[in-house]
Design a protein around this ligand. Sequence first.
Ligand code: GAR
Length: 207
Amino acid sequence: MLKIGVLVSGGGTNFQAIIDAIQSGRLTDTEIVTVVSSNSNAYALERAKKYNINTVCIRKTDYETDILYQKALIEHMKRTEVELIVMAGFMVVLGSLFIKEFENRIINIHPSLIPSFCGNGYYGLKVHEAALKKGVKITGATVHFVTEETDAGPIIMQKAVSVLEDDTPERLQKRVMEEAEWEILPNVIQLFAHNRLKLTENRVKIL
Ligand code: GAR
């Protein structure tokens, strides 16, 4: 059984997609042992409570330094024996201490086809605003391993979504979630749980 810890900041629809995949049997041998939120008002916390999943709110602003914040996160992940960390709409950039501690065991979902519209400043709705502004015809979502450079870690899975002429950032965000994010995030966890991801020199092979 793979023990996962999910990092959230907001609505938690990607977190819900993981729960749904476990409940439907599409995602097997996986257990969500904790949900960590960066924000005490995150609706994701309500979702977790409905399923009796352990929740905790760990806020950067509650710590004197970033290192102390990272240490608190590491300690919590270790205490709950998390084996894979899933950033599911987590809006905090994690520092190198945390990332090194869980090297190749942190994944993130990003709402674009990386390397487009990613990196510092590109998160949530801003990503879709930028895609519409650029006039791209295709966007999508990416799941990747997390390394120190924001959104630059090895790409595991991507799915494309067409941009429609009358799209607004909100409409595009919704379709990217429905058509791509909620599908590829549980799929990647399923592959990880069954040791089917092989990472060699920044490239991920699916076995
Ligand atoms: C999702 O679209 C996710 O890909 C994005 O924020 C949204 C969170 O929604 N994440 C990022 O932009 C991270 N850089 P959710 O809370 O409903 O899962």
